[in-house]
Ligand binder design. Structure first.
Ligand code: ADP
Ligand code: ZN
Ligand code: ZN
Length: 727
């Protein structure tokens, strides 16, 4: 091929495999390139050939040349490529789309990017030796200014507007150079003295060597963040970089302020999807070039290259937002653990309510646990949790009298309350109010979901269907109904019953605007709010200062749900919202309205017994054969017609069954959210006790399913979800 090299390139298009291109001169792996593709020009990245993903047909006559090597930046670092490679393999997602998902959008375009070099200029010995002639006034002025010491470009431009051109010439002639200024020593803001538990945790973390995942299990307000900050200080003093993953963009402002106060001279880079494109990219580039000390960000920041990485912190590690729910369905916490292993460093997973996967990893000895059992601040205590039995009380529009009274008391005392309405996220199960019977599947350990319109109960695990019974099959009571009904009108009822209260509602809609949270905090801190009303969003780690009462409505819907994770999630959410109550002078109070006050979940909540309840949930999962005791993947399909999605999955199952050694395949069954954006969704559940067995099957999937999907035409889409968080 007339002395030209052949390289493999992945492109920014939703296509699997690599593509062969010719180059005039050798191009390094990781280089960004601009390549012709069809009648377009797209951005590509040069990679090693991938075994199994196939190489586009090499027909020498048809091979095309790389158009440009985008060399304003060095090739993407090996660390980044290795992580992307792992993610593509683990999630069985094509390498190209994985790689481009991991890049900031600014680097996905086929144009060159240059990093603004901020380093100051200084004269070299050669430059110093040769004074410009007096008639070149600008040149001489700049030369004289540089005699006094290095200048940054803006400073040089203040001497003469021609500085840019002059300095570029001098750099080329070796008369000037860029110098890296001495970094000032680390400056630390004021920090409180740690309590004994925090001290013990910090000591353990500081003496940790090599790869080690740690669970920092601390009750809400126990000072986990303070432990991170003091741990991070040590890494920054040693000039190492730190990656901090947080669940929500909304949480970052509070946290970033704490970081800025603690590390005033350090460069802290923020990474999340709401940043302006240029800002995100420049932060990413600074991190990659070692100029950022701390990267704080949401799940996508797990891909940020950090050459001096010394520590990873995942705050609120149980949070569902670490899992991406479309495209590359990665879990940032899990990728972060992989990254820590590869870098041979510690990773700290912090939570008041760690997820069961993490608890199981601690039990198995893979992760080490540190406990903070007390609130850190002054005399702050955990709140008193009380259950309000709604079976024996008069309800007015769904609200128990005791709850309304408690709200009125706080209102009179001018204290702020929070009303948590558990509304979304649980598929309804039918239950008998007389004996407690709930609808279980006769064929597997899942709960049946009620579909009221069709009057059907349906299993979303194995696909079983039956009619909704007219009366309880156990005791004959006709009063059976879906759990968690009736939360819709609670909010309106509140306003009617407490018309003088200033109510602030917090949900996806009211907080989607960019600065909505600033507004929430301003109102809350300014004493403009009596009652905060909200749904799941309030269960996140927000700090609203002095809440003395938290009331929980509609929680029962999560007790018996078709999603086996529902009780874990509900428990975690309730512990988290309960954690919003309480302050130094008086313990907070939490009131939970329920028809099932004896349920172990509520009993554990009253006793603040996370460990006990988590252990019982884990035992249940093991018995039922659910994760984390097995590994799952979902093969999802969606189409405008449910029949088509189901037919595709049936055929897929027939193809996979003979290969499924050590893997149990169930379904097709409709997804819990069966209809989304005008499309019907169904799935197969693939489960295995051995992770390896599952992945062996998954790696054979694509070549079998692509041709099958093509027979169904464009209306059918399929995708794979490894370690799914939602059924
Ligand atoms: P968490 O991250 O566990 O929710 P934080 O680190 O935010 O807890 O701490 C909760 C509150 O207690 C914060 O106001 C923090 O400043 C304070 N705090 C943390 N540690 C201490 C300590 N050792 N002494 C006094 N106050 C502390
Ligand atoms: Zn019954
Ligand atoms: Zn079933």
């Amino acid at each position: 091929m007339d002395g030209k090299d052949l390289v493999q390139v992945v492109v920014d298009l939703p296509l699997p495999g690599t593509f062969s291109y010719l180059t005039q001169s050798p191009v390094m792996g990781g280089a960004r390139v601009c390549v012709p593709f069809g009648n377009r020009r797209v951005c590509g990245v040069v990679v090693a050939p991938i075994p199994g993903e196939g190489v586009s047909q090499i027909d020498a006559a048809k091979l095309r040349c790389i158009e440009t090597v985008l060399d304003g930046l060095p090739p993407l670092p090996e660390e980044f490529l290795a992580l992307v490679d792992f993610a593509a393999g683990y999630y069985h997602h094509p390498l190209g789309p994985t790689l481009f998902t991991a890049l900031p959008t600014g680097l996905r375009e086929p144009r060159d990017v240059r990093r603004v070099d901020q380093r100051p200029f200084a004269l070299t010995a050669a430059g110093l030796a040769e004074a410009p002639p007096a008639r070149q006034r600008a040149r001489l002025a700049l030369w004289q200014a540089l005699q006094d010491g290095p200048l940054r470009l803006e400073q040089a431009k203040a001497v003469t507007p021609q500085a840019g051109k002059l300095l570029a010439d001098w750099l080329a002639e070796d008369k000037a150079e860029r110098i890296t200024p001495e970094r000032p020593p680390l400056v630390l803001g004021e920090a409180p003295a740690l309590n004994a538990e925090q001290r013990a945790a910090l000591d353990a973390l500081c003496s940790s060597q090599g790869f080690q995942p740690w669970l920092l299990h601390g009750v809400t307000g126990s000072g986990k963040t303070e432990v991170y900050l003091q741990l991070i200080a040590g890494h920054l003093a040693a000039r190492r970089q730190v990656l901090v993953l947080v669940p929500e963009i909304n949480l970052t402002p509070q946290l970033i302020n704490r970081f800025l106060e603690r590390f005033p001279g350090s460069r802290i880079v923020v990474q999340h999807s709401h940043l302006a494109e240029g800002e995100r990219m420049h932060g990413w580039l600074d991190a990659w070039h070692g100029d950022a000390d701390v990267v704080i960000g949401t799940r996508l920041s797990v891909f940020t290259p950090l050459p001096r990485l010394g520590l990873i912190v995942v705050d609120e590690e149980h949070d569902g937002s670490f899992k991406q729910q479309d495209g590359l369905r990665y879990h940032a916490r899990d990728l972060a653990v992989w990254r820590a292993r590869r870098a041979g460093i510690s990773i700290v997973l912090g939570s008041a309510t760690p997820c069961l996967e993490t608890v199981a990893n601690v039990e198995a000895g893979r992760y080490r646990k540190l406990v903070l059992s007390q609130r850190a601040h002054g005399a702050a205590r955990l709140p008193d949790v009380r259950l309000v039995d709604t079976r024996r009380r008069q309800l007015v529009e769904g609200l128990a009298e005791g709850v309304v009274e408690a709200l009125k008391t706080r209102l009179a005392r001018r204290e702020m309350s929070l009303v948590f309405i558990n509304r979304r996220g649980f598929a309804p199960v039918v239950a008998c109010t007389a004996c407690g019977w709930t609808s279980g599947c006769p064929h597997c350990s899942a709960k049946l979901v009620v579909h009221l319109l069709e009057r059907k109960l349906r299993c979303h695990h194995c696909g079983w269907e039956e009619p909704v019974p007219r009366a309880c099959p156990d005791c004959g009571d006709p009063d059976i109904k879906p759990l968690g009904e009736g939360t819709q009108r609670l909010e309106a009822a509140l306003q009617r019953m407490l018309p003088e209260a200033r109510v602030l509602r917090i949900d996806r809609d009211t907080t989607s605007r960019k600065d909505a949270w600033d507004e929430v905090y301003r109102k809350v801190n300014g004493g403009e709010v009596d009652i905060l009303v909200g749904t799941q969003m309030l269960a996140k780690g927000h700090d609203f200062g002095t809440l003395s009462l938290v009331t929980v409505l509609g929680a029962d819907g999560g007790l018996y749900s078709a999603d086996f994770r529902a009780s874990e999630r509900l428990f975690s959410q309730l512990m988290q919202v309960a954690g919003r109550a309480g302050r130094a002078e008086a313990p907070g109070e939490v009131l939970v309205q329920t028809q099932w006050p004896d349920h172990p979940l509520y009993q554990a909540l009253v006793a603040h017994d996370f460990d006990g309840y988590a252990a019982s949930l884990l035992a249940e999962r093991r018995q039922a054969g659910f994760p984390p005791s097995v590994f799952q993947a979902l093969l999802r399909a969606d189409s405008p017609e449910l029949a088509q999605a189901t037919a595709f999955l049936k055929q897929a199952r027939a193809l996979l069954e003979p290969l499924a050694e050590g893997v149990l395949i169930s379904g097709p069954a409709p997804a819990l959210m069966a209809r989304l954006a005008q499309r019907e969704r169904a799935q197969l559940v693939l489960e295995a006790v051995q992770r390896g067995a599952l992945h062996r099957l998954l790696s054979q999937l694509q070549p079998l399913l692509d041709p099958l999907a093509r027979q169904h035409g464009r209306s059918l889409r399929w995708s794979l979800d490894v370690d799914p968080q939602e059924l």
